[in-house]
Design a protein around this ligand. Structure first.
Ligand code: SAM
Ligand code: SF4
Ligand code: FES
Length: 349
């Protein structure tokens, strides 16, 4: 059999939405700039077929910078004694939703470290109140690993979606990014459980995390292909000065964009954000993300006084702006490349 070329693999991704591990490794290792442009166009076309020029927005509310975990890459890890810790009150969270709703947000993402303050009772109460005030809105949770009973309670309280990046599909690599108490198996079984419960579920990973190989990335893509999550969050790894990964290089813009395009072609209807991390490593990173097949942006709705303290990596953008300013800024940026931000829940179909 004649070996496949990169262009053959791109064609296969565009038409059959599949690729083998060897093909993915080959593509990621060998793609030239011209071939990347072919891939980008195919991914952008696929996104436009399903979503037109519409970009969905999610209002991100960073509810707590306390975390009991110690992920080696993250500035919020519990052993970072220099991190400033805060948690939002129920009223502050609801205020963020109120102002977000007025701005046109119809999805609220409650994200935070694994903070024992946010018991099931507390989170269920907040979710119920958001759904009572705004029955036309979706609530997404991104609160790390919780027990199966807990996830069921939150779902029954009205949470629609859950984001839990798998971080890496390779068990050994997972072990190098996390302390021994954290388990790859638990991460993946939690993701499967979330999906089975009926959450629109988001997996995802960092690009260029320490020790990552191309084979690891191919396995990430295969896991996405197998799990079929409704959402996938990927962004470059960015070092944080108070973690032991401080001296590792940040993930590459080009590789992140290539991976966004491949994911769009593997799962054409997936909800794929152009992340804040992408906007942090390049001034037009989020625009490039959309042009490479992403279809979601997640402006920050957190109170401005706490923004800088949700410091998962260094130099995070949008820590000084109000939500309305970021929304207007993103609207302008999207218009400039021919896209429109829409007021819509932006569910997976
Ligand atoms: N605690 C929850 C969790 O871990 O799922 C949600 C919050 S956590 C800060 C959200 C995501 O931030 C993680 O899934 C991880 O991929 C990403 N992240 C953490 N540290 C990062 C870094 N240094 N660079 C880029 N992304 C990072
Ligand atoms: Fe905590 Fe999430 Fe950061 Fe890990 S990635 S330390 S769970 S906030
Ligand atoms: Fe926040 Fe541009 S999106 S300042």
């Amino acid at each position: 059999m004649t070996p496949m070329t990169v262009n053959d693999i791109i064609h296969q991704l565009s038409t059959a939405h599949t690729a083998s591990r060897d093909e993915l490794v080959y593509l990621l290792n060998n793609i030239t700039d011209d071939e990347q442009e072919t891939l980008r166009r195919a991914a952008q076309t696929a996104a436009r077929e399903h979503f037109g020029n519409r970009v969905f927005i999610r209002g991100l509310i960073e509810i707590s910078s306390y975390c009991k975990n110690d992920c080696l890459y993250c500035g919020l890890r519990r052993s970072n004694r220099s991190a400033v810790r805060y948690r939002l009150t129920r009223e502050q969270i609801l205020d963020c939703c109120d102002s977000g709703y007025a701005l046109g947000f119809r999805t609220f993402v409650l994200q935070g470290g694994e903070d024992a303050h946010f018991t099931d009772e507390v989170v269920c109460g907040i979710v119920r109140e958001i759904k009572r005030r705004y029955p036309d809105c979706a609530v997404t949770l991104s609160l790390g690993e919780r027990g199966f009973d807990s996830l069921r309670r939150l779902f029954d309280a009205g949470a629609d979606r859950y984001l839990l990046r798998h971080e890496t599909a390779d068990r050994t690599h997972y072990g190098r990014l996390h302390p021994p108490q954290m388990s790859f198996d638990n991460r993946v079984s939690t993701l499967r459980f979330l999906k089975a419960l009926g959450y629109q579920t988001g997996a995802g990973f960092m690009v260029g995390s320490p020790f990552q190989t191309t084979e690891n990335l191919a396995d990430d893509l295969l896991l996405i292909q197998e799990l079929q999550p409704q959402m996938c969050g990927i962004g470059p790894f960015i070092p944080h000065k108070d973690t032991e990964f401080r001296d590792f290089p940040q993930g590459s813009l080009r590789l992140t964009l290539t991976l966004l395009s491949v994911i769009r072609l593997l799962q054409p209807r997936i909800l794929l954000p152009a992340t804040t991390a992408l906007g942090t490593i390049a001034p037009n990173g989020r625009e490039l993300g959309i042009l490479h097949g992403a279809n979601v942006v997640m402006p920050n709705l957190s109170p401005r006084e706490h923004r800088k303290d949700y410091a998962i990596y260094d130099n995070k953008i949008c820590t000084g702006e109000e939500a309305a300013e970021c929304l207007e800024c993103l609207r302008r940026r999207m218009r400039y490349i021919g896209y429109e931000i829409v007021t819509d829940r932006g569910d997976y179909y």
